[in-house]
Write a protein that binds this ligand. Structure first.
Ligand SMILES: *Cc1c(COP(=O)(O)O)cnc(C)c1O
Length: 408
C-alpha cells in the first residue's frame, strides 16, 4: 500500500489568495465595467531591463549555433555570474564572500524551502509572525512541528513583529537552532538596522544557531544605515546563510534566477557534537537534486551587473519606490499608522479594524485590492499590506479613491 506523508495533513490550507480572488470576482460581477486597481500581489509589473533582454537574446542565439551551443552547465551556476555576484553584491560592500560560496538557482522560494533538508529533525525553529509562508510550510511538510492550533504550530517559536517592537522581533527567550529572518521584510516592509541585526548574529554565535537571511528585497534599500547583506555584520560568516533573488531586483519573477550564499565558515553539528560545514552539505544537495539555471537566463542575470544594467535596475526599483512613497504619504495623511514604504515596495497599514473588514471596504468603496494582513499570521490581524508594484498613475488614482471612500 502506498502511504502518504501525513505531515501534509497538518498544513493549513492557504485560503488567502483564493479568498481574495473570490471577493474580487464577486465585486466584478456586481459592478460590471468598474475598473479595479490591484495593489495586492507581490509580483512586479514592469518589463525586464534592456541590458538583460539584450544579453538574454544573445544567449539564445549562442544556443542556436553548434559552435557556441551549451548543454548542462555547472549545477552551482556559471563562473561568469558567480564572480560578478561576489564582487558587486558583497565585496563592494565590504562583505567577504567568494564566488565558490554562491549557489545559483531558479528561485529564492525553492532555496528557502529546500534548505531545511540539510538539518536534523529535532531542531527548534524560530519563525517570524507575520511571515512569508514558505518558511513555515516546508518545515511542517518535513515533520518538524506538531499540529496547528489556533493559527500556530506546536513546537515552533514565533517571533512577533508588532507596533510595540517597531516590527523587529525580540531575541527568543529559549534556545532557537534555526532562525528565519527577512529584511526588508515581506509583508511588513520594515527594515533592520546594523545594530539590530548584530544582536541576532551575536545570539546565533552564542547559541550555535543558524540564521537564514532572506534578502529578496535588498534592491529597494536606499538608507545608508540599512545593511544590504547580513555579511556586513561581523561574525555572520559563521552563522548565516543568505538568500537573494533577481525576481524583485530586476523583474525576473517570470524569468527565474536567484542565488544562495553558504559561506565556508558556516557549520552545523552532529548528534555527537562534532562540527560539519554546511557548504559541503548544500553543495551535495544542490548537485544531486538540481541541474542548473538555463544559460540564456544566467547571461540575462549577469547583465544586471553591467554599467547599463545597473542604471536600469536601479531605475526600475526607484519607480516602485516612488509609488511606495506616495502610498506611505497618503495613508499616513489619512491618519493610519504605517511601516514600510521606504527601502521596501510594501506598506503595512494598521487599519484599526479587522483585516478582512478593511479589505472589503477598500474593494467595495474604493475599487482597490490589497492583501489582508491576517493571512500572514496572527500578528497581521488588523493590518493590510499595500504593494507598490503597479503603474504610478494607477497608484495615484487608487490613493484618491481610498481618500474619497474613507470620507464617505
Ligand atoms: C518574492 C520573494 C522571494 C523571491 O522568490 P523567487 O522564487 O526568487 O521568485 C523570496 N522571498 C520573499 C520573502 C519574497 O517575497
Amino acid at each position: 500500500m502506498i502511504k502518504i506523508n501525513e505531515n501534509y495533513q497538518k498544513l493549513q490550507a492557504s485560503y488567502l489568495f483564493i479568498d481574495i480572488a473570490r471577493r474580487v470576482s464577486s465585486f466584478q460581477k456586481d459592478n460590471p465595467g468598474r475598473e479595479l486597481i490591484k495593489l495586492g500581489i507581490g509580483d512586479v509589473t514592469r518589463a525586464l531591463p534592456k541590458a538583460c533582454i539584450e544579453a538574454f537574446h544573445k544567449g539564445v542565439d549562442e544556443m542556436a549555433d553548434d559552435s557556441t551551443f551549451r548543454g548542462y552547465g555547472p549545477e552551482q551556476g556559471y563562473e561568469f555570474l558567480r564572480e560578478k555576484i561576489a564582487e558587486n553584491d558583497f565585496r563592494a560592500r565590504g562583505a567577504d564572500i567568494s564566488a565558490d560560496e554562491i549557489f545559483v538557482s531558479d528561485g529564492a522560494k525553492c532555496d528557502n524551502g529546500n534548505i531545511q533538508e540539510i538539518f536534523a529533525q529535532d531542531i527548534k525553529i524560530a519563525i517570524p509572525d507575520p511571515v512569508y509562508p514558505v518558511y513555515v510550510d516546508t518545515n511542517v511538510m518535513a515533520g518538524r512541528t506538531g499540529n496547528c492550533i489556533d493559527g500556530r504550530y506546536e513546537g515552533m517559536i514565533y517571533l512577533e513583529s508588532t507596533k510595540e517592537n517597531n516590527y523587529i522581533p525580540e531575541l527568543p527567550s529559549s534556545q532557537a537552532d534555526l532562525i528565519y529572518l527577512c529584511y526588508p521584510n515581506n509583508p511588513t516592509g520594515a527594515s533592520i538596522s546594523r545594530k539590530q541585526l548584530k544582536a541576532w548574529v551575536d545570539y546565533a554565535r552564542e547559541n550555535k544557531s543558524l540564521i537564514l537571511f532572506d534578502a529578496a528585497y535588498e534592491a529597494f534599500i536606499r538608507d545608508e544605515k540599512v545593511p544590504h547583506s547580513i555579511y556586513e555584520i561581523e561574525g555572520a560568516r559563521e552563522v548565516a546563510v543568505e538568500f537573494r533573488s533577481f525576481s524583485k531586483t530586476a523583474g525576473f519573477t517570470g524569468t527565474r534566477c536567484a542565488y544562495t550564499v553558504v559561506p565556508k565558515d558556516c557549520a552545523g553539528y552532529d548528534s555527537k557534537g562534532d562540527k560539519h560545514y554546511l557548504h559541503g552539505l548544500w553543495n551535495r544537495r544542490h548537485g544531486t537534486k538540481f541541474n542548473g539555471v538555463s544559460y540564456p537566463v544566467q547571461k540575462a542575470a549577469e547583465a544586471v551587473y553591467s554599467e547599463q544594467g545597473r542604471i536600469q535596475t536601479r531605475e526600475l526599483a526607484d519607480y516602485y519606490l516612488k509609488n511606495a512613497s506616495l502610498i506611505l504619504q497618503e495613508m499616513t495623511g489619512l491618519g493610519f499608522d504605517c511601516v514600510g514604504g521606504e527601502n521596501s515596495p510594501y506598506i503595512w497599514v494598521d487599519g484599526k479594524r479587522d483585516s478582512w473588514e478593511f479589505f472589503d471596504l477598500l474593494l467595495n468603496k474604493a475599487g482597490v485590492v490589497c492583501t489582508p494582513g491576517a493571512g500572514f499570521g496572527k500578528c497581521g490581524q488588523g493590518y493590510i499590506r499595500i504593494s507598490a508594484f503597479n503603474n504610478y498613475d494607477k497608484v495615484k488614482k487608487a490613493m484618491l479613491q481610498i481618500k474619497q471612500a474613507l470620507a464617505e
